[in-house]
Structure formats: structure tokens, C-alpha cells
Design a protein around this ligand. Structure first.
Ligand code: GLR
Ligand code: MG
Length: 420
């Protein structure tokens, strides 16, 4: 199947004021949607980041794709390498670790790889999980992604999740998530309040949800000593501790003393990071993310590498829509070595670009869609609306720190790793 046209559409969707170590989510999250349209009219879908820097690279690749055969993934890699060259895409938040040429290439490639696999599946009448070697599970389990949050965006009315800055409010948020989606594992996005308060919040969750596995992720906001202290305070409570401190050396120091495994989506973010992390015994769980690990097939390669080194694998998420969730579900379904429930921001969005119904949560898990390709259909009107929102919202890159400074004053907020 040769490509006639690759259509790249930036989109935006409403996002609540969720807090993290770098600041607060702006009123809209940005994404990109690609449609690979074949000469015979079959279309493959992909979704990824919507920051301007990423879009610029993806746009240049899209222009080169007419005439390319969607079964030629090595050819896609060559096109991406040629077009992106030595460009390093950076973001303003650093919440998914360092930047490099390799990570930029992997991210841009991943957007189109997913769309190519979707198109291949549609042509063959087979789900993407079959193209990845077959399904090893019928459903994929996800965790509840709990956030401290402000009650309202600047100048806007409050949302129905309300303000969440206390353990009681957090337990309320968790009750709603668990009640609606049936999640078992609960993850708290930390690095927002002093570690003692976040420890108390995790304890409150443990009390309110006995038997539910718990995690906390301060995105490197703690020193190794603080991280070790929190790790001991939460001994027997956490299934893993995520990115407590920045860097492989710091993580290794904490890992040597912590009673639970350390997980990361910040210090191991490319294949080149694995060897030093394994040698230093810095991480027990790698949080894969096909959006920056080079797509679905490289995520499976990562899984094999992790299994070889005795490291667990789970999945990281950023704010996303249904095409990404479908891709996450397919790769998780076809990946044997997957040790924990995956992250998703799904409950935090109210609109999508796909037709409803294909992806539903029951008991905290999503049934793997059986339709051809990713098994989800684009809703053209919804895509047009989301693009219109993108144009109207005026945002061109995610800036949690800049937005937080508008809440609290520029001099009052200086995010940095090892803040506590
Ligand atoms: O596990 C993580 O580090 C993330 O999910 C990164 C995200 O950007 C999260 O911090 C968020 O949405 O604010
Ligand atoms: Mg994380």
C-alpha cells in the first residue's frame, strides 16, 4: 500500500488544572493526529505530542511520505532520520527525562509507525496485536492516575473534580475514579507538596483502599536522602516508588536502601540508558511509553531487554486521546513481559477524536479491540472541533511552569529537581 497523503492535524482538548513538580496543567492539552491515506483509500491513524517543535518535525516527515509503502518500516526509519537529522526536540517540563537526537528520532518515528501498523491491520483485516506477534492477554489493566489539583483554571469557573490539596480530598478523587473505572492500582502524582504531606496522603489512600497497590511519582523532586526516608515510611504500602530523585546515580543510591523497587520514566528513556542503569542497579521497573520509545515494536524490544535483565516493565502516560489509548492497549496485549497495571490520563478528558464505544474500562481494564488495525474509528467532526479548539486556544507548547507562575507570581515558583 503506497501512501497518497499524510495528513497531520494538531488538536487540543480541555484539561483540568492538575499539579505536578513543574507546575500546573494549562486549560488545554495539545496532541497531533496523523492520517496516512493510502492510494486505495485505506487510512491508518496515529497520535502523539502536539508541541510546536514536535509538530515541525512531524510535518516535514509527513511531506516526504507520498509514495512510501506502509509495510516498509525500515524505509520509514530512513525517511525520519534523513528529515530530522541531528535535531533535538526539547520540551519545557522535562517530565519524561532528558533530550537527545535518538529520543527525537524515536518520538517522530513512533507517530508514523503506529499509523502504518493501523493501516497494515486494516488492509489485512487483522488487529494490530496480531501484527505484533499475537495477543497474550484479552484485557489490559490500568491504574488510577491521581493528581493534586486546583479547583479552577485562572479566570474560569470550578470543575466538578474540585480542589484537591488534602488527603481527604485525594481519597474522594480516588473514590470517584475507582467507582467509575474499577481501578485497582492507584498512582499519586507527587512532587507538589512537602514529602511528609504526600506520605500522609498515600497512607490515607492505603487506609481507604485496603489491598489496592499504590505508587507515588514526585518526578525527581526529592534528594536521595529524602527519597530514602519516604521509602522507609511507606514500606509495605507501595508496589513501587517512581522517579523519587533525578539521575541514575541518585536513583542507585535510593534503590540500594529502599525496600520497594524504583520505577522510572525519567532516567531510562532510551536504549542507551539501560546499560548504565542496570550496572548501577538503579531501577527495578522501566515505564515504557511507545510515544518516545520508538513505537510499538521497539516497546516490545524494550520489554525483552527488561526481562533479560530481571527488570519489570509497566507503562507511562501523558494526557492523550483514544488513538493513543488504542495503541497502548494493543502493544500491552501483545507484550508478554508486562509486570504492572499501566498508567493512563484517560479519566481527565471529556472529549475525543474517535467514535465512542471501542475502548471501555471495566474493573480497571480495557478489553483489547478486535477490529482491524487499532480497532478505533476517527470521528471527522470531532477531529475538526478539536483542531478548531487548537487554533482558538492559542497554546503552542505545554508550559506547566509558566502557567503556575501566573497563579502564584513569577518569583514564588521555582521548580527544580531535588527541591525537598
Ligand atoms: O509519570 C510521569 O512522569 C508522567 O505521567 C508525566 C506527566 O507529564 C504528568 O506528570 C502530568 O501529566 O503532569
Ligand atoms: Mg513518572
Amino acid at each position: 500500500m503506497r501512501i497518497r497523503e499524510a495528513v497531520l492535524t494538531p488538536v487540543a482538548f480541555a484539561d483540568p488544572p492538575l499539579l505536578n513538580a513543574m507546575g500546573v496543567h494549562e486549560p488545554y492539552a495539545l496532541r497531533s493526529v496523523v492520517q496516512l491515506v493510502g492510494e486505495d483509500g485505506v487510512t491508518g491513524l496515529g497520535e502523539s505530542y502536539g508541541d510546536e517543535g514536535f509538530l515541525a518535525q512531524a510535518r516535514k516527515v509527513a511531506e516526504q511520505l507520498p509514495g512510501w509503502d506502509v509495510f516498509d518500516l525500515p524505509g520509514l526509519r530512513r525517511i525520519v532520520e534523513r528529515v530530522v537529522g541531528e535535531t533535538v526536540h526539547t520540551d519545557l517540563h522535562g517530565l519524561t527525562g532528558g533530550f537527545s537526537v535518538g529520543k527525537t528520532l524515536a518520538s517522530v518515528y513512533a507517530l508514523f509507525e503506529v499509523a502504518a501498523l493501523d493501516a497494515q491491520g486494516r488492509l489485512l483485516g487483522r488487529p494490530v496485536y496480531d501484527l505484533l506477534g499475537g495477543r497474550v492477554r484479552d484485557e489490559v489493566e490500568f491504574s488510577a492516575y491521581l493528581f493534586y489539583k486546583f479547583g479552577a483554571h485562572l479566570g474560569a469557573a470550578g470543575d466538578d473534580w474540585g480542589e484537591v490539596l488534602t488527603p481527604e480530598a485525594l481519597v474522594g478523587q480516588a473514590r470517584r475514579m475507582v467507582g467509575t473505572y474499577g481501578f485497582r492500582s492507584l498512582k499519586l502524582k507527587g512532587g507538589v507538596l512537602p514529602p511528609e504531606q504526600e506520605t500522609e496522603a498515600v497512607r490515607a489512600l492505603a487506609g481507604a483502599f485496603p489491598g489496592h497497590p499504590l505508587r507515588i511519582d514526585p518526578n525527581g523532586a526529592w534528594t536521595p536522602d529524602t527519597a530514602i526516608r519516604v521509602a522507609h515510611a511507606l514500606d509495605g504500602v507501595l508496589e513501587y516508588l517512581e522517579d523519587p530523585t533525578p539521575g541514575t546515580a541518585g536513583m542507585a543510591r535510593v534503590a540500594a536502601r529502599a525496600p520497594m523497587p524504583l520505577a522510572t520514566n525519567m532516567c531510562v528513556v532510551r536504549f542507551a540508558d539501560l546499560e548504565p542503569a542496570v550496572r548501577a542497579r538503579a531501577v527495578g521497573v522501566v515505564l515504557s511509553d511507545h510515544h518516545f520509545w520508538g513505537g510499538l515494536r521497539d516497546t516490545q524490544a524494550l520489554s525483552v531487554a527488561c526481562r533479560s535483565f530481571g527488570i519489570g516493565l509497566s507503562m507511562h502516560s501523558n494526557s492523550h486521546l483514544g488513538i493513543s489509548l488504542a495503541a497502548m492497549v494493543h502493544v500491552a496485549a501483545a507484550t508478554e513481559h508486562l509486570s504492572y497495571a499501566c498508567d493512563t490520563h484517560w479519566p481527565w478528558k471529556e472529549s475525543d477524536v474517535i467514535a465512542p464505544g471501542a475502548l471501555e474500562f471495566r474493573d480497571g481494564a480495557v478489553r483489547v479491540p478486535d477490529g482491524p488495525g487499532l480497532g478505533v474509528e476517527l470521528d471527522p467532526d470531532a477531529l475538526a472541533r478539536a483542531h478548531e479548539t487548537y487554533l482558538r486556544c492559542g497554546l503552542t507548547q505545554r508550559d506547566d511552569t509558566g502557567y503556575m507562575r501566573r497563579y502564584v507570581g513569577a518569583s514564588s515558583f521555582r521548580p527544580h529537581t531535588e527541591r525537598w
